[in-house]
Design a protein around this ligand. Structure first.
Ligand code: UDP
Ligand code: MG
Length: 318
């Protein structure tokens, strides 16, 4: 078997799902006509996930484990998995079986057809409520409005890339503030999409909350678009035009009616100008904080130990 597929799975407190995930994916992969490895990245779990992964690695050498020194987040875990993967194609997926392993044969077929990037598009999310769907829809609209790269609505952290694309990610996309899904969609190459139906989580609960998602959205917007930075210039121009009109109006009133311009006009103008100024300063602050993170150049992740992986990577993952 010359062809080989690497499945990268990020794991954070998934003790209730892991065994079932392992059985399902092994069952699917062993029926595909390719060699495979399953790379579990333990993102600093505080439950029994680490122990379960160890015992899986003991029973099956196709199971490889990368254990982080602490929690670095879902994207860092996927990046680490991609760094360690040796397959011709790499599939990234969640451990909670929301990303159906049954799609893997279809993905393999796409690679055989010559594609390099397969983005998996979520048809419906059994767990997402109305609010989550609305906010996620709005997020993609705003992102696409501002960003020069166009992003797929409803794309997910379920995607697959060829070795060549993985090489680009390993070498050239080492930003600290990042949006992996966005890179995958913007590197070019032959890209295609497949649809899948997101199932419910098999067990446990979602690790994303509103605050994390908001931060993630702001970071994504800022790292793919500099439009917000230019907001100051545009609002400045608009406000200047209004100011000019108001100045003319006051002068005319002064000449013809000899009454002072209104007090409320001053208050409204002041409030408006100050809020615009503060918003613009805040936006600049966001970009500075991103630059600060990049300049510090700390590692994207720190590996504590690995299982069934022989090539010891140096810690240069920045
Ligand atoms: N995850 C992770 N690190 C984190 C949070 C989540 O590796 O800090 C993993 C988690 O174990 C799961 C995947 O990322 O495999 C997606 O997380 P989750 O299911 O909580 O997100 P949702 O599907 O609700 O968006
Ligand atoms: Mg999930």
């Amino acid at each position: 078997m010359s062809e080989m597929i690497s499945v990268v799975v990020s794991v954070y407190n998934e003790e209730l799902s892991l065994q079932r995930f392992f059985e399902t994916i092994t069952n699917v992969l062993s029926h595909c006509d390719v060699g495979y490895e399953i790379i579990f990245v333990n993102d600093g779990s505080s439950d029994k996930s680490g122990m379960i992964l160890n015992s899986l690695a003991n029973q099956d050498t196709k199971v490889k484990v990368v254990e982080f020194a602490r929690n670095f987040g879902h994207e860092a875990a996927m990046i680490a998995g991609i760094d360690y993967a040796t397959g011709d194609y790499i599939v990234c997926m969640d451990a909670d079986l929301q990303h159906p392993p049954e799609s893997i044969p279809e993905i393999i077929q796409k690679f055989r057809d010559g594609y390099d990037v397969v983005s998996m598009i979520r048809l419906e999310n059994a767990d997402a409520g109305f609010i989550k769907r609305l906010t996620s829809g709005t997020f993609y609209k705003v992102l696409n409005l501002f960003s020069p790269v166009k992003f797929e609505n409803n794309s997910s952290d379920f995607f697959a890339i060829s070795r060549q694309v993985a090489e680009v990610l390993r070498r050239d996309y080492r930003e600290k503030v990042r949006y992996l899904r966005g890179y995958v969609q913007s590197v070019g190459f032959n890209r295609t999409t497949l649809q899948f139906k997101a199932a419910s989580r098999v067990a446990g609960e979602s690790k994303y909350n509103f605050r994390k998602l908001l931060k993630f959205s702001i970071h994504t917007l800022c790292s793919f678009s500099d439009m917000p930075l230019k907001l100051g210039i545009y609002t400045g121009i608009i406000v200047a035009v209004f100011g000019l009109i108001e100045a003319l109006y006051s002068i005319i009133r002064k000449i013809f009616y000899d009454v002072p311009a209104g007090y409320s006009t001053i208050i409204v103008t002041l409030c408006f100008l100050f809020s615009v100024t503060l918003i613009v300063i805040g936006i600049i602050g966001e970009y500075i904080s991103i630059m600060f993170d990049e300049i510090k150049d700390r590692p994207i992740y720190i590996v504590k130990k690995t299982r069934n992986l022989h090539d010891v990577k140096n810690n240069d993952n920045g």
